[in-house]
Write a protein that binds this ligand. Structure first.
Ligand SMILES: Cc1cc2nc3c(=O)[nH]c(=O)nc-3n(C[C@H](O)[C@H](O)[C@H](O)COP(=O)(O)O)c2cc1C
Length: 331
């Protein structure tokens, strides 16, 4: 018997969102998801950097909005540290066909944090509160969301952060349940997500380390969240979305179709086309897939500089050990 779509503990269909991943969840990846018919309920773009002087709007991100190849609503993410520039950029983004604006309060990249943005916003809940309030006032109902971590140093910071966010009344709240200090290590803290669910009135999505249906079911049960957001698990196995909607896990042939489609789509979008550049672009995705290959194939893929050789490596079943449904961490 085919399993049912993923449901929340309250028997509502779980919301399934694609996590933003800078230089990964780009137009070629979205086109690949569309071609495989594996689509989330919505997409959040990687962040646009909102600085005092301008909003950095890379073509690769803006085109995910203007040329969105999927039927999925797209939320655009801003990473900034000051109310003025953020509101200026909210205004600029009004002309784009977006579902809403998402504030990045979780990015751990030093370049972003040095400017007070991303996870650095969590260091000062009073300042975060003023940003959240200003965003709430500037953005239409239904269109303001935030994605955060639990704190800068420790999850003990989270209750105060949660108060600041709740004060800004977001319409959607995504929690990557780790601190900035934890980066991608340690198990996400489900109790913290549960606290968020109890505190805010909007839907809360749990994010972090979901790579199988069993992971998703477990996280929904223990967090009571309204849905989940997945990044690396979908890059490793986009058919996970299909499975979470009650479909079948991928066959080996379908995984091969994924790799070849991605190879084709990344090739179409190279700004400086060369065989090595094409392979390097593919390696950004393969970084989350290597565990599904034998050590020798992984070694060869990592060193590969020719797309045709790469395709051969990806396709030769005798050299592969694809098992994308292993419920393990994907980083
Ligand atoms: C390469 C990479 C790029 C990322 N870029 C962003 C980003 O632009 N904005 C953001 O909010 N999170 C970003 N993240 C974090 C993911 O959205 C997500 O929170 C994190 O990977 C945990 O979820 P996962 O285990 O499902 O991947 C990035 C993560 C990775 C690995």
């Amino acid at each position: 018997m085919q399993p049912a779509p993923l449901m929340t503990p309250r028997r509502e269909p779980a919301i399934l969102a694609l996590a933003p991943m800078q230089n990964v969840t780009d137009l070629p990846f979205l086109r690949t998801l569309q071609r495989l018919n594996c689509l989330p309920d919505f997409i959040v773009t990687p962040y646009l950097r909102s600085s005092a002087t301008s909003c950095v709007m890379p073509d690769s991100i803006i085109r995910c909005i203007t040329e969105n190849p999927t039927s999925c609503p797209v939320w655009v993410q801003l990473a900034g540290s000051e109310v003025g520039p953020l509101l200026r950029d909210v205004e600029t983004l009004r002309k784009f066909p977006i579902a809403g604006i998402n504030l990045n309060a979780g990015c751990p990249a030093p370049l972003v944090n040095r400017r007070g943005a991303g996870a650095a916003l969590l260091k000062n809940p009073a300042h975060l509160r003023s940003i959240c309030r200003a965003m709430r006032n500037a953005i239409a109902p239904g269109c303001w969301s935030i994605k955060c971590r639990l704190g800068w140093e420790s999850a003990e910071e989270f209750p105060q952060i949660l108060e600041a966010i709740a004060d800004g009344a977001p319409d959607l709240f995504i929690v990557h349940a780790r601190t900035r200090r934890q980066l991608y290590a340690e198990i996400p803290d489900d109790a913290a997500v549960r606290l968020a669910v109890q505190r805010v009135s909007c839907p809360v999505l749990a994010n972090g380390d979901i790579s199988s249906r069993a992971d998703a079911e477990h996280r929904l049960l223990s967090t009571q969240a309204r849905g989940i957001m997945i990044g690396r698990g979908i890059v490793r196995n986009p058919y996970l979305l299909r499975e979470l909607r009650g479909g079948t896990p991928p066959s080996q042939d379908e995984m091969l179709l994924y790799y070849t489609t991605l190879l084709e789509e990344t090739g179409r979008e190279l700004s400086h086309p060369s065989p090595a550049a094409h392979c390097n672009r593919m390696k950004k995705f393969l970084a989350y897939c290597y565990r599904d290959f034998s050590p020798q194939t992984e070694y060869n893929l990592r060193r590969c500089t020719s797309p045709s050789e790469m395709e051969e490596l990806l396709l030769l079943p005798s050299r592969r050990e694809i098992n994308p449904c292993t419920p393990e961490q994907t980083h």
